[in-house]
Design a protein around this ligand. Structure first.
Ligand code: ZN
Ligand code: ZN
Length: 544
């Protein structure tokens, strides 16, 4: 009997040993990573239009993949350049240097653009186009795409695509094979000499199809009958912008020029089409190494700014984008195979509801004009400290002071700060707090918010004083809306994972944008980007 028991134990042990999976002799890798960014996609868009999404787009990612429902930006300047840089560097503006879409450069004594590079020139724009002096040189740290390149001896292919240059360039990183963006003058997809001296033949052929012109010949009608747009307000609202060449902000819209094309779902159509063409012609995901395609859909941002978060225009844009994403995924199934590719979807920032819309429903909100605030403050400074242009520039709610003038007139940083506080922080104003960016530690804001401000301060590129307005207040016109603040509507964005090694599930644990690059690094077994401040999202790994 004893022997029998022992035999049974031995057999069980051997069975359980066999059941254990043998350690892999070679590392498993996905064929392709597809990073999808949706410009200005706030978290709630996943759910507000859920019932109208198809099974193959957002719903497929959410229900078959892993949904991080509580995912936020971890810094205060929620703008396109910083957002794209943060996702791929896993870092913050303070460290990666991407503090805005533009910032004042004291050495050059001018405002510089995030993706500008005067040493390169446009490729493919023809005579009509000038936009092209673009590269990622202003970004100080590596991206996850750079790290993949380094780990594969630069054999992995990395390409960035977006209508907006910064949306394609920053994600693709420093060592990318290519980034392509849309030149609204020539109507061509272009690149710069940073990447190549001539467009690949397939891009020339793609441009020669004149797809934008064909799309412009159509009107923008709603995808569904207009009465079905019950997640939106009635079509004609006084706080919606009138689109280019039109008289009223109502359907059907004419698409008057290439610029207007980008403020219509056709901007996503051309992005989807060049994505499919890139996958095919560059044979992405068909080599030995993992390739990485970074796609950013810029159009939701253009439409969102123009007509806001409760417009039929934005609802229609998302319903159509859902179908575009479904098409890309089913193409990947057919070419690379389900389970062989890894997808993540997120956004570069959220958006605030139109102030006029909120006010109509008695919710506190409003608009201010930073230009006016700056000239008022300049006048107050001149009155107190003497004549001069004390504020040299204003960007991202930050004031850049004239330090030479301050030294000459013996005016200290603290004196200026106290004056700005005295003039701006008065009862009944829309200002929440004034921050001395040289002394964020002493800022009198709740501990939750302090890191959001610390994470944007870069000593070479940030301003001196930051003006924080109250929630739902923003600088801009009374028509349309924007983003760029540290409040939740601008910081809460979707994060959905799908495909290779991704379990099905969801979490409401706090995740941050910087965790994306850290998670990718852990999944791909490569080093995280050199300025990464995030951590791998544990739930994605523990549920396997
Ligand atoms: Zn954006
Ligand atoms: Zn925007």
């Amino acid at each position: 009997m004893k022997h029998l028991t022992l035999l049974f134990v031995l057999i069980s042990l051997s069975i359980s040993a066999q059941k254990k999976t043998k350690p892999a002799t070679t590392l498993s890798k996905p064929k392709l990573v597809l990073g999808i960014m949706v410009d200005q996609m706030r978290y709630d868009y996943l759910y507000r239009y859920y019932d109208k999404y198809t099974e193959g787009g957002f719903k497929r990612l959410m229900n078959e993949g892993f949904n991080c429902k509580n995912n936020h930006y971890h810094y205060a300047s929620t703008i396109t350049g910083p957002g794209h840089a943060a996702v791929y560097t896993g870092s913050v503006p303070a460290v990666n240097g991407i503090v805005g879409n533009e910032w004042y450069d004291p050495l050059a004594n001018r405002t510089v653009y995030v993706a500008e590079d005067t040493t390169v020139r446009a490729v493919g724009a023809g005579e009509a186009g000038v936009e092209g002096k673009r590269s990622p040189v202003n970004m100080h740290t590596t991206t996850i795409t750079d790290q993949l390149k380094i780990a594969s001896e630069f054999r992995s292919k990395v390409i960035g695509i977006a209508v907006k240059d910064r949306g394609g360039i920053l994600p693709a990183g420093h060592s990318a094979d290519a980034a392509y963006w849309f030149d609204a003058k020539s109507g061509n997809w272009i690149t710069s000499t940073y990447y190549m001296n001539d467009l690949p033949q397939w891009v020339k052929d793609f441009n020669a199809q004149k797809m934008p012109d064909k799309l412009m010949a159509q009107k923008w009608e709603t995808l569904l009958p207009i009465e079905k747009y019950t997640e939106s307000e009635a079509d004609n609202q006084e706080y919606e912008n009138v689109l280019s060449g039109e008289k009223l902000p109502v359907f059907p819209h004419t698409v008057a020029n290439y610029g207007a094309l980008l403020t219509s779902p056709y901007g996503n159509t051309i992005t989807k089409e060049i994505t499919l063409a890139t996958l095919k012609n560059e044979k992405m995901g068909q080599g030995k190494e993992t390739d990485f395609l970074c796609v950013s859909f810029s159009t939701p941002d253009y439409v969102g700014h123009a007509t806001g978060t409760h417009s039929i225009e934005i609802e229609d844009t998302y319903l159509r984008l859902d179908r575009d994403i479904a098409e890309v995924l089913s193409k990947l199934d057919a070419t690379i195979g389900k389970g062989n590719y890894l997808v993540f979807l997120t956004a570069d920032h959220g958006v605030t509801d139109i102030a006029g819309f909120l006010k109509k429903h008695k919710i506190p909100a409003g608009t201010i004009e930073m230009g006016k605030e700056v000239s008022y403050l300049n006048g107050e400074m001149a009155a107190k400290f003497g004549e001069g242009k004390w504020i040299k520039a204003q960007d991202n709610y930050q004031l850049y002071l004239d330090h030479e003038l301050m030294a000459k007139k013996n005016v200290t940083m603290n004196q200026v700060y106290e004056l700005v506080k005295e003039k701006m922080l008065i009862l009944g104003s829309s200002v929440y707090q004034i921050i001395n960016l040289h002394d964020i530690n002493s800022a009198n804001v709740p501990p939750y918010y302090k890191p959001l401000i610390e994470n944007i301060y870069n000593p070479k590129r940030s301003g001196d004083i930051m003006i924080l307005f109250e929630p739902a207040w923003y600088s801009g016109s009374k028509k349309g809306t924007t983003h760029g603040t540290m409040w939740q509507s601008d910081r809460h964005v979707p994060l959905v994972w799908y495909g290779w090694k991704i379990p099905q599930g969801e979490t409401v644990e706090q995740t941050y944008i910087a965790d994306i690059a850290a998670t990718l690094a852990a999944l791909l077994n490569v080093l995280e980007p050199n300025g990464c401040v995030g951590s791998p999202i544990k739930d994605i790994f523990s549920k396997k």
